[in-house]
Design a protein around this ligand. Structure first.
Ligand SMILES: Cc1ncc(COP(=O)(O)O)c(C=O)c1O
Length: 378
């Protein structure tokens, strides 16, 4: 996390709103993931923040990648385009998973020449993959409990455990190969029991598949690893300890274990600096208007159900204040209760831990462009 003086200096040089990406934090996050989960290969979920420089730093730090659209695939591919054809193909096969269970025909057609591993969770998808991407390897996405996660995903994706082995069999019958299983426990999953239950479900399906003649080789434990947004989030190493114990108990050494951390890698690696552009008192409360909002870097408030705190560089007695974005929509409300000192027009504020699902879903609504991106410690 850059110091306050560093942030002020950057804002002076580059203007605001400014999205500051700290590459040292990215390297620390992937190192922590590998240290605490040594058996699990991290496939960074590009959707969390697809900035090409982030992808490059994580690539150089030995990450693999979870992509969920053709453009995301091509951002990762930029880093391997100069490898020999064999090395490139090996990289795609070993280190990229196309982890969107639903793929358009055109996407499958385009993906086929790269022969990636891809997820699926239904019969229609098997037919499509067989027809348009017959060289792909498959991972069956399982529906698992998402209880208590900040972002729930199980209502949209995942085969019910009861139909899992039938879906594996159906894929094999068409000549496709199912390499393993994947699941997602929900994003910002602070309920670690979700992982324990998912691992137990997956282990039972490994056994049932084997008894029906299908040996699975890999398990993808998805994303969900919580970012330390506040002191209530239990440390990652506690989750890792639980996961390591369950993985050891349930899955023999030869089963390859992978994960798709998105938020965990990038949330703490970016800070947003914005400027106060308006101030009013409404119903007795001070309201600040800043030049970034929920249609932009704070889009995670809507799409990610995430709450970000606004901090001031200035000191002084603090009052409960509201903070709004710059657009004409009342939805563009960042917070109705931030403790802020008395700010003047032109003062700067900042928001930490805003690297995931923020800039990635920023729009040009109302003519305001996304925040400028700068990189530090690259
Ligand atoms: C299939 C898949 N994998 C990984 C992720 C990343 O999850 P997280 O950011 O919680 O680690 C997501 C997020 O939506 C996802 O849908």
């Amino acid at each position: 996390m850059p110091s306050q003086s560093e942030l002020l200096k950057l804002a002076k040089t580059h203007g605001t709103p400014l999205f500051v990406i700290d590459h040292k934090a990215l390297r620390q996050n992937i190192a922590a993931f590998k240290k605490y989960l040594p058996r699990v290969q991290p496939y960074y979920a590009v959707k969390a923040n697809s900035n090409p420089e982030i992808i490059q730093t994580l690539y150089k730090s030995g990450a693999s990648f979870d992509v969920a659209s053709m453009p995301e695939f091509l951002i990762v591919h930029e880093n391997i385009k100069d490898l020999t054809e064999k090395a490139r193909q090996d990289y795609i096969w070993d280190k990229i998973i196309y982890a969107n269970p639903i793929k358009a025909e055109e996407t499958l057609r385009e993906l086929d020449k790269y022969k990636p591993l891809m997820t699926y969770d239904n019969y229609e998808e098997i037919k499509k993959i067989k027809k348009f991407s017959p060289n792909a390897g498959l991972a069956l996405r399982l529906k698992v409990p998402n209880t208590g996660a900040m972002v729930e995903l199980s209502s949209k994706f995942g085969a019910a455990p009861g139909e899992a082995v039938d879906l594996i069999e159906a894929a094999h019958k068409t000549g496709l190969i199912v390499e393993g299983l994947s699941f997602h426990v929900g994003s910002q999953c602070t309920n670690f029991e979700n992982y324990v239950q998912a691992l137990n479900l997956a282990s039972n399906i490994f056994k049932e598949a084997k008894s029906r003649g299908y040996t699975l080789k890999l398990l993808d434990i998805g994303g969900g690893f919580p970012a330390p947004y506040d002191a209530n989030v239990e440390p990652f190493k506690h989750l890792a300890k639980k996961l390591n114990a369950e993985l050891k108990r349930l899955f023999p050494k030869e089963i390859e274990i992978l994960a798709e951390p998105g938020r965990f890698m990038v949330a703490t690696a970016a800070t947003l600096v914005a400027k106060v552009v308006g101030k009013a008192k409404r119903d007795g409360k001070i309201c600040y208007y800043i030049n970034d909002g929920v249609y932009h870097t704070f889009s995670g408030i809507i799409f990610d159900h995430c709450h970000y705190h606004i901090k001031a560089f200035k000191k002084g007695p603090r009052h409960i204040s509201a903070v709004f974005g710059p657009t004409c929509d009342a939805l563009d409300t960042i917070s109705l209760s931030e403790e802020l000192p008395d700010l003047k027009l032109g003062d700067l504020v900042y928001s930490e831990n805003i690297g995931a699902y923020s800039h990635a879903s920023s729009t040009y609504f109302n003519g305001f462009p996304p925040a400028k991106v700068v990189h530090i410690n690259q």
